[in-house]
Write a protein that binds this ligand. Structure first.
Ligand SMILES: [Ca+2]
Ligand SMILES: [Ca+2]
Length: 231
């Protein structure tokens, strides 16, 4: 009897925990099936195409990526997702990934699921959260963003967010931006068991700059640098 009660308590705990982690348990997700940064009806679902569906709240990929009502997450298997194309658009066409709607992106581990901004080629950051929406990322590494220019164009080498961004078990490493080498956020930032490593600000705030509140729990913030002091 005691074992049954314990099991039921554990089940309830897990259900409650799952409810707190949208996209991780019990929610529908878009499965990315290629590491290539392509937008083409080719039978494969790229990360950029998955984000296009989230942004459109509908299916835009000729059936390559699923989309059904209630989709709230993108599942990103292990691999290196290298971004390509020019910077400068805010429509998720190329360069940085432009996100307009709430979404949870779930990787396989910060050591194995890597989104590489490829800034040496794109001259762009990695992730751009355009609207004031909530974006959560689990078990992902964001690296290789490289963007310069006056505010706000050049800020946030890894992530520029106008929404609420949460990172769980994730790493933001080796990104470069004008202010906020790793992250520049207008909205709230939550870092849980995550790391800001070796990011560079060409101006100020090497690891992270936030105009709002930030909560940092069990984080490693190491090796970030800025070329100018905060003004
Ligand atoms: Ca495709
Ligand atoms: Ca872009």
């Amino acid at each position: 009897m005691k074992r049954v009660l314990l099991s039921r308590a554990l089940y309830i705990l897990l259900v409650c925990f799952g409810a707190l982690l949208p996209g991780v348990a019990g929610a529908a997700g878009i499965l990315v099936t290629t590491t290539a940064d392509t937008v083409a009806t080719d039978g494969a679902c790229s990360l950029r195409e998955a984000i296009n569906n989230v942004n459109a709240i509908g299916e835009t990929t000729g059936g390559d990526c699923i989309f059904t009502t209630g989709i709230d997450s993108i599942v990103l298997p292990a691999g290196r997702y290298v971004l390509t194309g020019a910077n400068g658009d805010d429509a998720n066409l190329s360069g940085d990934l432009d996100i307009f709607q709430p979404v949870t992106i779930v990787g396989a581990g910060a050591a194995s699921t890597v989104i590489d901004g490829n800034g040496a080629v794109t001259n762009d950051r990695v992730i751009h959260i355009i609207n004031d929406v909530r974006v959560s990322m689990y078990s992902i590494k964001i690296t290789g963003g490289n963007i310069a220019g006056k505010w706000p164009t050049g800020n946030g080498g890894g992530i520029f967010s106008r929404g609420d961004v949460s990172l769980y078990n994730s790493t933001i490493a080796n990104n470069t931006g004008t202010d906020g080498g790793g992250i520049y956020s207008v909205g709230y930032v939550y870092l849980y068991r995550s790391a800001l490593l070796n990011n560079l600000a060409l101006n100020s705030y090497g690891g992270m700059a936030s105009n709002s509140f930030a909560t940092v729990v069990y984080a490693n913030i190491i090796g970030n640098s800025a070329e100018l002091p905060p003004n």
